[in-house]
Design a protein around this ligand. Structure first.
Ligand SMILES: C[S@@+](CC[C@H](N)C(=O)[O-])C[C@H]1O[C@@H](n2cnc3c(N)ncnc32)[C@H](O)[C@@H]1O
Length: 219
């Protein structure tokens, strides 16, 4: 990520940050991230690669009855987002510092996530790096497993080749995901798809955006 972070103030992630490396090993059983919130029974949404946490904080402030977990493997951004949520006093936000796909695959229990958010994910444009993209057939199977019945994976990108990759994967996985119309979250400004930092930066550059919603098929 190239967007800079101010170093003027000392960040305090407090109890808002959970470190994946500090969790018990996956071999000892699944860990329910809903227990990291004061009200674990609320609907639960997870953002993969939440960057500076702009969508997470904006949306969580409007949707106080839902718990939001941001997952970010860049420590500076995870700390920044956790500190931001703490300063807003958002008890419905937590940050996971670590690999979101690893967490989902090895720790996350079945059928607990209402919405998975994936916005402006790294495109990894070189062919030999495509295996690093978040969406793969294997990760889609795991996303399907952790979503509740009727749960959704929402995706936005500016990147043409990554968009084609998403479409190919959606077309190949119609047995587990049905493609539906994408609807912007309530926190997005009128002309925005989602309102993340990257979207705002790319909008100034005039880039076109693409979005899709993949709805879980089956229970
Ligand atoms: C291009 S940035 C977009 C950030 C934010 N979603 C936005 O739109 O402003 C992608 C972010 O995803 C993070 N990321 C990529 N793969 C990840 C993974 N598997 N687990 C956690 N974070 C990841 C990167 O560190 C980076 O901060």
């Amino acid at each position: 990520m190239s967007a800079g972070l101010s170093r003027r103030r000392r960040l305090d992630p407090g109890d808002w940050e959970i470190v994946l490396d500090a969790l018990p090993l996956a071999e000892s059983g699944r860990i329910d991230p809903r227990t990291w919130f004061q009200n674990p029974d609320r609907p639960f949404e997870l953002e993969i690669g939440s960057g500076k946490g702009t969508f997470l904080v904006q949306q969580a402030r409007q949707q106080l009855e839902t718990n939001f977990l941001g997952a970010e493997w860049a420590a500076a951004y995870a700390h920044h987002s956790a500190d931001r949520a703490r300063r807003h006093g958002l008890e419905n936000v937590r940050m996971l510092l670590g690999n979101a796909v690893e967490f989902i695959t090895h720790w996350c229990p079945d059928g607990i996530v209402n919405v998975l958010h994936l916005y402006f994910s790294d495109p990894w444009p070189k062919k030999r790096h495509h295996k690093r993209r978040v969406v793969q057939d294997e990760s889609l199977a795991q996303f399907h497993r952790v979503l509740r019945s009727g749960g959704e994976l929402r995706i936005v990108t500016d990147h043409e080749d990554l968009w084609a990759w998403y479409e190919e994967h959606a077309d190949r996985n119609t047995a587990i995901f049905q493609q539906c119309q994408y609807v912007s979250p309530s926190s997005a400004d009128e002309e925005e798809f989602v309102g993340t930092n990257y979207e705002r930066k790319f909008r100034i550059e005039g880039r076109p955006f693409h979005a899709m919603t993949l709805k879980k098929v089956g229970g």
